[in-house]
Design a protein around this ligand. Structure first.
Ligand code: ASP
Length: 326
């Protein structure tokens, strides 16, 4: 990944030798297992610091531009909270209709502009490849917060951090992904990232029209990870350590009738979960629509709300890393 560490606008005093200083975070493909261990260790430190003192000054004087061209609750607010918990400031741009984008400004010009005012740019955009395009033109590090149906690398990092904190391991696990595997960018990133771990088995459960894309399956296969597609949970639930549920992505369907047919294919609830292990977790990147019933929320295996909180620590770690403070 290109480094922007030579940028003359990055202030004196930053640790320019820190390994992630000035780097873009665009895809999970850029992380080795050692990188992941490092990120998780920093995120774990962040967790301890937040639990002990709440807010501290590691990024005092730094500014984040939070540029969201698509709806977001968790990703956008957790990046803002992460920056503020580290003592930094945020320029939030989520109502792009009130920015120069509405006047026809191009993405390269928008990020060139933000690079003059901010030290790091987080971007979510509906087009695949948009974060890479932004990174090419921004003179500050760019973090991909979701590029259409492409990738959502910070979500995959927080997902794997969640598994590690909840189950105490990332090797030797059976991970079952269920729902919209075609349009769900979180599962594309997570499947790729899980190939870094040992003895992982992946199961995919989806309606036929929403199967995991071939390019993702080919990449996973090339790493020697066993994967299998199933129409229902029946055969795999009892062996699953992580059940990763996703919503059907209504906004990506051209034909609403097709969405209507696919939207309620699976519902996870207490009855279904009787067939699962006692020590396992159910995750969801959220928002949930109907695919996990609310009466499962109090089950100790329901990890999806805790997962959101782990996202704060991972995003704190990433901001500190690209700004040369970790
Ligand atoms: N919040 C996640 C994303 O932005 C999942 C979702 O929207 O379903 O991809």
């Amino acid at each position: 990944m290109p480094t922007k560490a030579k940028n003359p606008h990055l202030p004196f005093g930053d640790q320019q030798t820190a390994p992630w200083y000035g780097k873009d975070i665009l895809s999970v493909k850029q992380f080795s297992r050692a990188d992941l261990e490092y990120i998780f260790a920093v995120a774990h430190e962040m967790r301890i610091m937040v639990e002990r003192i709440g807010t501290f000054d590691l990024l005092k004087g730094k500014i984040l531009a939070n540029l969201f061209f698509e709806p977001s609750t968790r990703t956008s607010s957790s990046f803002m909270a992460a920056m503020k918990r580290l003592g930094g400031a945020v320029i939030p741009i989520s109502e792009v209709k009130y920015s120069s984008v509405a006047k026809g400004e191009s993405l390269p010009d928008t990020v060139r502009t933000l690079g003059c005012y901010a030290d790091v740019i987080v971007i979510r955009h509906p087009e695949v490849g948009s974060a890479a395009l932004a990174a090419k033109h921004a003179r500050k590090p760019v973090i991909n917060a979701g590029d259409g149906v492409g990738e959502h690398p910070t979500q995959a990092l927080l997902d794997t951090f969640t598994i590690r904190e909840e189950l105490g391991q990332l090797d030797e696990l059976t991970v079952t992904m269920l729902g919209d595997l075609k349009y769900g960018r979180t599962v594309h990133s997570l499947a790729r990232l899980l190939t870094q771990f040992k003895n992982i088995k992946l199961n995919y459960i989806s309606p036929d029209i929403l199967r995991m894309p071939k390019d993702v399956m080919d990449e996973v296969a090339a790493k020697g990870i066993p994967q299998a597609e199933h129409p229902t949970l029946g055969k795999v639930l009892a062996k699953t350590d992580v059940l990763y549920v996703t919503r059907v992505q209504r906004e990506r369907f051209e034909d609403p009738a097709v969405y209507e047919k696919a939207k309620s294919a699976y519902v996870i609830g207490p009855e279904v979960m009787k067939g699962a292990k006692e020590k396992m977790i159910v995750m969801h990147p959220l928002p949930r629509v109907t695919e996990i019933s609310m009466d499962f929320d109090d089950d100790p295996r329901a990890a999806y709300f805790r997962q959101m909180e782990y996202g704060l620590y991972v995003r704190m770690a990433l901001l500190a890393m690209v700004l040369g403070k970790a």
